[in-house]
Design a binder for this molecule. Structure first.
Ligand code: XMP
Length: 183
């Protein structure tokens, strides 16, 4: 039986602190003078993206446009598969734009790699990638996000936009989904 661990892995406060730090670092690194285009990978990105962009805006970053891709790996299992489908592409043209590509987590790395390569073909001026979470133990491709919030072990996490079978995204904290033997 799958249950949520009662003790959060990252509390709401801890997440807020880390998102603030990420915004600070991104801005120091890429500068706030030239406008950015924020591209989110749905569905998991939306809570993190909303918080990160507001922290960037508070620090004076110019966000030109925001757009989304919907990517999904097949099935509802806790193991991400390598088959990734783009269900919805960007509406905007990112040619010559400075793109901040935002996702909830980098796990095997296939999703971020595929989307980054897809977007690079459209000749943006720059693409920087940011994920809130990083599970390096599971990596199957040679890619790290340019910025990531927390490194986590090989556990399945939910909350703060992350789901299991489309559930738990609304939780304000991040916790581990555990498989507990019944009886
Ligand atoms: P890859 O393996 O392509 O996976 O880097 C990225 C996508 O897999 C999902 N994913 C998770 N979702 N808890 C989740 O709710 C997890 O622990 C987890 N690990 C991977 C997620 O959709 C991510 O964008």
């Amino acid at each position: 039986m799958l249950t949520l661990r009662s003790e959060p892995l990252f509390t709401e406060i801890r997440i807020r602190e880390r998102v603030d730090q990420l915004a600070e670092r991104i801005l120091q690194d890429i500068g706030g003078d030239k406008p950015l285009v924020a591209v989110g990978i749905l569905r998991g990105c939306y809570v993190f993206m909303a918080d990160l962009l507001r922290e960037l805006a508070k620090r004076g970053a110019a966000i030109n446009e925001q757009d989304f891709l919907i990517a999904s790996s097949y099935g509802d299992e806790t193991e991400s598969t390598k088959k990734i489908k783009i269900e919805r592409d960007l509406l905007m043209d990112i040619k010559d734009q400075r793109v901040l590509l935002i996702d909830d987590i980098i796990d095997t790395g296939h999703t971020l790699k595929l989307i980054r390569e897809l977007l690079l073909k459209r000749n943006p001026e720059m693409i920087k990638t940011v994920t809130l979470l990083d599970k390096p133990e599971r990596r199957e491709v040679d890619l790290n996000a340019d910025y990531s919030g927390f490194t986590i072990p090989n556990v399945f996490v939910v909350g703060y936009g992350l789901d299991y079978a489309q559930k738990y995204r609304e939780l304000p904290y991040i916790t581990v989904l555990e498989d507990q033997a019944e009886g």
